[in-house]
Unconditional design. Sequence first.
Length: 292
Amino acid sequence: MDPDSHGSEHGAEPPGWTFVTVTYNNASQLRESWSGIDLAGHRWLVIDNNSTDNSAQVAESLGAEVVRRSDNRGFSASNNIGLEMATSEWIAFVNPDLTPDLRSLERIEKLSSTHSALIAPQLVNFDGSFQPNARGFPTVPQKLANRGLGARRIDTSRYTRASFESPTYIAWAMGAAICGPRAIFDQLGGWDSRYFIYYEDHDLGLRAWQQGHPVILDPDSRWIHAWQRETTSFRLAPWKHELRSALIFYRDYPELLLTRRRYESGRFAGLASQLWRPATINTHAPEGRGVS
């Protein structure tokens, strides 16, 4: 598909959900995670950032509609192409190394409709163990402590958790899987394209809270995630991207530079009062009801 032609070729009946996946040399992850998934009734958009492997061809063979970009402008900008192309009411931004559980989509719709919220399914490893994709306030000390750096006295459970008994309010969720009504993503203006990669999910969650849309982790919606983070080992390019994104993020959110909890007042007061608290789900909420 021409990357400059973002309109839908579908008929009047929109798909149930649109799944948006950004790829860059992810052929093996696509085969491992997406093979065998029946996406009938839904639409899968893959935005390929000029991969040098056969990611685009593999995605097409698995049923995706592929946009082939002639360059790589990053994760956020490519997600926004998918958002612009989507015609469905519901959207899930999902990584190439993720396997969604389609049985949970109705539950996610009802939970989102109850709270006008973005929903993060609980990410799990292949053995079913939970990954800590639920996050609290991303202060610099908390992030360093979570990487095993800085002061050991810092309680990292205030920043990252992995076990919940019920839907729970969180500050933001790992961008491997973020779901919600298109109307919310449109209201937010999509993903901030200043972030090439890293910190864009922090920013999305905090902006959602500021505009009255909480972020909720649902432990009963469990999606498998291979989780291959490049900055767990030392390669210069990923760390350069991480540093550049961090500088952008903390310029926008300077109150998160410190540990004095200044972030618990002002623009984040609502988030601070709800963080880690359970969120109810209205199982009788009308289906397909997003944000008006």
